[in-house]
Design a protein around this ligand. Sequence first.
Ligand SMILES: C[S@@+](CC[C@H](N)C(=O)[O-])C[C@H]1O[C@@H](n2cnc3c(N)ncnc32)[C@H](O)[C@@H]1O
Length: 277
Amino acid sequence: MQYSIEYLSLEVSRLRSLVRYLSADVINNLPITYRTRESFDYQWRDSPDGNWTETRPELKLREPNLVLEYTKLPKDWFPGKRVLDAGCGSGRFSWAMASLGAMVYAVDQSEAGVFHTQRACAEFRGVTVLQHDLTQPVPLEAEFDLVWSHGVLHHTGNTFGAFSNVARLVKPGGHIFMMLYGEPTGRDPGEFAYYAEVEKLRRATCTMSFSERYEFLHRLKGEDVGGWFDAVSPTINDTYSWYEIELWLQQSGFEDIQRTINASSHYVIARRRNNHS
Ligand SMILES: C[S@@+](CC[C@H](N)C(=O)[O-])C[C@H]1O[C@@H](n2cnc3c(N)ncnc32)[C@H](O)[C@@H]1O
């Protein structure tokens, strides 16, 4: 029985993966995934998550430490380094990396996200912000010491395509850091309970406007509404096996591939080979 379940879950993983490659060009317009990107724009424009420098000033203390913890890079590595924040949202990590001394280039598809990132980072020279869809080639050169992408690529509908677009911007010897949602493995039974609840809430809220959804989740989850809105409302919320992520990195010329945090999501840093063209 154990081997049957293991085999079936590996098969499901492979099939999900195939469907994602095949649906990458159309997924943003399918009825079950429609309006994922607009959901983030709503979140940054109309919820307290957008205006985080005022609503959550404690992030200015926490996020720089998270950058160090997630990348395992030392604090003195950052000054003067060129960093791309791929999918900056409202800019909490762009701000954090700029505060560590990096020259930050921040990119997001959301107009409201880009607005708040610009506003939050106005105190630093050397921060550039661009509104751009990461599933399209990014008009930048391969000269980044670090490409950072936290919780973004699995929302694009073309995770591999967006990964390829940002991975090529890492200079030889530079790093890529990504946080991508992990496929539930069954090792922690709570994972299945969580994903089942998220899916049920998606179905319960699918015909609501974004503000109705926000209110509904607020009534249900109280102060945790931000995290639940983030999980429930953007319906493109793909999960990946470690096996697949490692393959992408190896095939794209990365080595020293390390998981930096022990969690069901994948927190991974890798270094681009010096001789990779
Ligand atoms: C969960 S938020 C993470 C934001 C930020 N990295 C953070 O951790 O606070 C996901 C972000 O991905 C952005 N995003 C989704 N699809 C995108 C795409 N195709 N191109 C660029 N950004 C995209 C959304 O606009 C949103 O800001």
